[in-house]
Design a protein around this ligand. Sequence first.
Ligand code: ADE
Ligand code: ZN
Length: 326
Amino acid sequence: EEALSEIAALPKVELHLHLEGAAPPSFIRGLAAEKRVDLSGIFRPDGTYAFEGFRHFLQVYEAATGVLRSPEDYARLVRAVMEQSAEEGVVYSETFLSPDFCGGGDVDAWRDYLAAMVEAAEAGERDLGVTLRGVVTCVRHFGPERAKAAARCAAETAGEWITGFGMGGDENAYEQKDFAWSFDCAREAGLRLTTHAGEWRGPEEVRAALDHLGCERIGHGVRAIEDPALVERIAEDGIVLETCPGSNVALGVYPTLEAHPIGKLRERGVTVTVSTDDPPFFHTTMREEYRRLARVHDWDAEAFRDLARISLNAAFCDAATRERVA
Ligand code: ADE
Ligand code: ZN
């Protein structure tokens, strides 16, 4: 138990966190009350988010996001999320931001949202000691045309703070290659690339993410385990998996943490990192992920220190930021 507390208290690096998905239910309820929006349908009586399965999760997520309507709302959200991260011992967090929810893909509106978020993140860094960076994400089930608008927003604001481009949303909609234009646009702007793959569909999705989009990190990617040749390839090429074990168990990708392939992937030389995805939705936190993993695997404190070093190394920020955080 003492070892578990030591492990849970270690400094952490999180690479896969959806900003809206990290919104505490109380924060969303507060905004809904201010704006007189009835969101009672998305909460359980105990105040937590209510959903059954992945599709419904995405609907509830989008309904909650509907009360975030201004740059100021997003600035407040950034602060609330950073406070949670600080409590969890997170020192660096890469957060997925979607222009689709911040101005609907309009570049000028996106600039206003982003400016408010960056200002909140800078204040949060001073007060809380957490460094935040943004990865612009398009939403797969919104389709390739809207993804292009998101990619243009990303390209226009690429720099020290917007470090990457990626894709979330429903993996069963469209194909990775349908989004090649957007990923090319982002790459040409100097952005680093990641996409959700191998969460709901199998190893072929992970291959497509590498072959057609040129991603160097994969969101989840865990179902690569079903194809040994692919596991070898991602291990050799240093492709980073942003695994989110608690999310996978909460959504039923795997029945238990014991059945989750993170241990096997790591043993086969794959670069694995650990994140929470959408922590209040999945009743998890970074400390909780660490505790659960330490219980199921025989990883000691040194293994978790290694995990944080590997994760920081896989972060999309510049070297100066990495050195400052380390
Ligand atoms: N958006 C937020 N969480 C997600 C997940 N786990 N998979 C795909 N899209 C998401
Ligand atoms: Zn995700």
